[in-house]
Design a protein around this ligand. Structure first.
Ligand code: ATP
Length: 361
């Protein structure tokens, strides 16, 4: 088993630098997901690990080996692509065993490996079919099977579930996770879907403009986002942001347009004092519009839209200049233009510096 390490890796295409110096250590057996908006450099980073793209500068290691200039076939990585990349004229068994056949592996060994992969991936009944006779999910399993038989040090996945419908995507997430538990191989997985990232990863690396905004386990990202970018990217529906300021008035308070006046928790005073009088942004997740154990504030929205989701309802409204979404009990009845007051759990609030976007820790 091997970890992966990127040391001061950069990538430019012509004059355009898409990855400024990037450092990332991935432990052996870790399941790391690279996530971020389109064009943030996830795929480029993955392709540099695979050897499909050479870094402009910097070093890529797999285990102890410096693989920076090694061609893909010699890195012992297996990559699974979004479009499966199966050979249409070959059967499932032939597709899975193809790489081994090319390397001249004896037939009996190929057959055993293919059978093994098919068993793990529940593909036994389909071994004689061709790709076009399979569903999208089955095709993706074949692509994964082809990666498994190579017994790689590292699995690389590039948006492998994007072509599947929502239900199948959820099933395949579970399958890939349980595959990782069984094989214990290091995984680097690229997606733009934050839910996929959060549900699958040991550690999520949030990228933006070729940089790492934050790398942490899913709960830490959710509970302690380092900056506005991560706070906005992680969580659905997204965190609400309200621009305002911190004032001292019988304790420290966050004030903003729309009558927002929130007494901040006393145990955070020392931290928030540094931002007195400075423009700040308060972040409140829709699901934190509930009474808090450590203090509750209230905000009043002018309701614009009501989304009944079954287990709960989303109220989307205006709060001064800001749009604010509150998650309320399904029993709450509201109509457009109603003014509705909701509680806010102040301990779950975040305050960011407007100038830098960094959270006040
Ligand atoms: P997506 O989710 O849309 O696939 P991504 O985060 O994977 O995006 P990359 O594919 O890594 O992003 O691309 C990062 C940036 O590098 C983009 O601005 C892209 O246009 C640029 N880029 C990628 N490959 C090339 C190339 N071969 N030549 C020029 N520019 C490229």
């Amino acid at each position: 088993m091997s970890g992966v390490s990127l040391e001061r890796v950069t990538k430019s295409f012509g004059d355009v630098t898409v990855i400024p110096p990037l450092d990332l250590e991935i432990a052996s057996r870790e399941f790391v997901v690279l996530v971020g908006p389109s064009g943030c450099g996830k795929t480029t980073t993955l392709r540099m690990i695979a050897g499909l793209e050479l870094p402009t500068t910097g070093t890529v290691r797999i285990g102890e080996r410096d693989v920076t200039n090694l061609r893909p076939g010699l890195r012992n990585c297996s990559m699974v692509f979004q479009n499966y990349a199966l050979y249409p004229h070959m059967t499932v068994a032939e597709n899975i065993g193809y790489g081994m056949r090319v390397r001249g592996t004896p037939k009996s060994e190929i057959d055993a490996a293919v059978k093994d992969a098919a068993r793990i991936l529940n593909l036994d009944p389909y071994l004689d079919r061709r790709p076009k006779q399979l569903s999208g999910g089955q095709r993706q399993r074949v692509a994964i099977g082809r990666a498994i038989v190579r017994n790689p040090d590292v699995f690389l996945f590039d948006e492998p579930l994007s072509n599947l419908d929502a239900k199948l995507r959820i099933e395949m997430r579970t399958e890939i996770k349980s595959l990782h538990r069984r094989l214990q191989t290091t995984v680097v997985y690229v997606t733009h879907d934050q839910v996929e990232a959060m549900t699958m990863a040991d550690r999520v690396v949030v990228m933006n403009g070729g940089r790492i905004e934050q790398a942490a386990d899913p709960i830490t990202l959710y509970e302690r986002p380092r900056n506005l970018f991560v706070a906005a990217f992680i969580g659905a529906p997204s965190m609400n942001f309200i621009e305002g300021e911190i004032v001292r008035d019988g304790g420290l308070r966050f004030r903003a347009a729309g009558g927002v006046d929130i007494l901040l928790p006393v145990n955070r005073s020392a931290a928030y004092e540094v931002a007195l009088g400075e423009p700040v942004v308060a972040g409140i997740r829709p699901e934190h519009t509930v009474r808090g154990a450590g203090g509750t504030a209230e905000v009043t929205l002018q309701v614009r839209d009501i989304e009944p989701l079954g287990p709960h309802t989303l109220l989307i409204g205006a709060l001064g200049e800001a749009t604010f979404t509150a998650q309320v009990a399904a029993s709450v009845r509201a109509a457009p233009d109603d003014r509705v007051t909701v509680p806010v759990d102040v301990e779950k609030m975040h305050i960011f510096r407007k100038a830098t976007g960094d959270v006040i820790p």
